[in-house]
Design a protein around this ligand. Structure first.
Ligand SMILES: Cc1ncc(COP(=O)(O)O)c(C=O)c1O
Length: 392
């Protein structure tokens, strides 16, 4: 059938994640793939109590249509947390609740991007963002990442050469590389973007998942109106509730608000009420501490297994938070090829390709340690190590 699809619908393809899902039905498969939080970290009982309370006390009002901005108590909670934890003043009326931060990315595309515009992203970058920006028919240019954040020389060169409208960065425990920007680099990036008038989209869903130190200062805090800051409860409480947010200047907020209104009117108010009651009635920091302890341990188990079973030629990127280990196989090796070999050994991961713009058979891969037990992490890494050894 000749459906005459819009051009944008022909540009985006299913992500590799769809391919991986096929293998996840088999419970024997050890999965280092998707960025799924460990379900054992979901505060099931507390959310159940909170849901009962919401139905009991707020009855039918919570099942009614609500305002586009999102729940005011929830926006106040987020605003207060920025104030207390990072000394950033973001009023509740500059926070728009979205159905996950993924939706915020889409609205940003809708509001800012026209076909042919240039956007800068890190290389590698989050595949969901690449997918979204691609659908807006833009030119996506990449900037190299170093171990302490983006390469400033490459960044300035790309800004001067491409005159980008936006730059999309994930400065804390980046997906997929796990890299975090140093404080100096955060300030230097802010200074450079300010100088060249490039609007920053800062995607920050992993900031709370640090295993050492404490929460880091968003680059946006140095840029104010020239930035948009995205957050999410997906990695810390539950991705299924689909509660994320975007902080923006009043001018940008109005545009995002209208985009959301035109798209879905508002995100689920029931989910937001359950979530905010949970946050108010429980100790969120205690919950986060338990989460950090669990992930730090699983991360260490994976690193230990890699040190034991992987050949020395495999480069492991340093990270001290988040959910991922990013690796580079020796030059010339394809991680997609490794993926299909590993599937036969019942191990899956995400090969590097979808984290790049137009790169095929990259030698990098992303492993998530969040969702497996200590035994299965070690066993999965042993199997992968064998396969890599055989291919060298
Ligand atoms: C960097 C980044 N941004 C956004 C998202 C989307 O998260 P959400 O569930 O809040 O839509 C993810 C999810 O993996 C992510 O890693």
């Amino acid at each position: 059938m000749d459906y005459r699809f819009a051009r944008r619908a022909t540009l985006t393809q299913d992500s590799f994640i769809t391919e991986i899902f096929k293998y996840l039905q088999d419970k024997e498969v050890i999965s280092f793939s998707g960025g799924f939080p460990n379900p054992l970290t979901f505060p099931l009982t507390e959310l159940q109590v909170s849901a009962q309370k919401v139905f009991l006390n707020e009855g039918s009002s919570v099942l009614q249509y609500a305002t586009t901005n999102g729940d005011l108590d929830l926006r106040r909670f987020i605003s207060e947390r920025y104030h207390v934890r990072q000394s950033i003043e973001i009023p509740a009326d500059q926070i728009l609740i979205t159905s996950g931060s993924q939706q915020a990315l889409d609205y940003i595309g809708k509001v800012f991007l026209e076909p042919g515009d240039t956007i800068l992203i890190e290389e590698p970058s989050y595949l969901g963002a690449i997918q979204t920006f691609t659908s807006y028919e833009v030119d996506i240019q990449t900037v190299k990442l170093e171990e302490d954040g983006i390469d400033l020389i490459d960044l300035e060169a790309k800004i001067i050469h491409h005159n980008p409208k936006l730059i999309y960065l994930i400065p804390s425990f980046q997906n997929p590389s796990g890299i975090s920007y140093s404080q100096d680099k955060r300030k230097a990036v802010a200074k450079m973007l300010d100088k060249h008038n490039v609007i920053l989209i800062e995607d920050d869903p992993y900031n709370e998942l640090y295993y050492k130190g404490s929460v880091q200062q968003p680059i946006s805090s140095y840029l104010k109106d020239k930035s948009l800051l995205l957050g999410s409860f997906s990695k810390t409480i539950s991705p299924g509730m689909r509660v994320g947010w975007v902080c923006a200047s009043i001018e940008v907020y109005k545009k995002l608000f209208t985009a959301k209104e035109a798209s879905d009117l508002h995100s689920s108010s029931l989910d937001q009420r359950i979530l905010v009651n949970y946050l108010i009635d429980n100790d969120y920091d205690e919950h986060l501490n338990a989460l950090r302890t669990r992930y730090a341990l699983q991360h260490q188990i994976m690193l230990d297994a890699i040190a034991r079973y992987f050949p020395k030629e495999v480069k492991v990127y340093p990270s001290s938070g988040g959910m991922f280990v990013w690796l580079e196989l020796p030059e010339g090796m394809s991680s997609v090829k490794l993926f299909y070999e590993a599937v036969k050994d019942k191990v899956v991961f995400v090969p590097g390709d979808p984290f790049y713009v137009n790169k095929k058979h990259a030698n990098s891969l992303r492993l998530s340690f969040a969702n497996e037990t200590a035994e299965r992490i070690t066993e999965g890494i042993r199997r992968l190590g064998n396969l890599i050894q055989q291919s060298i």
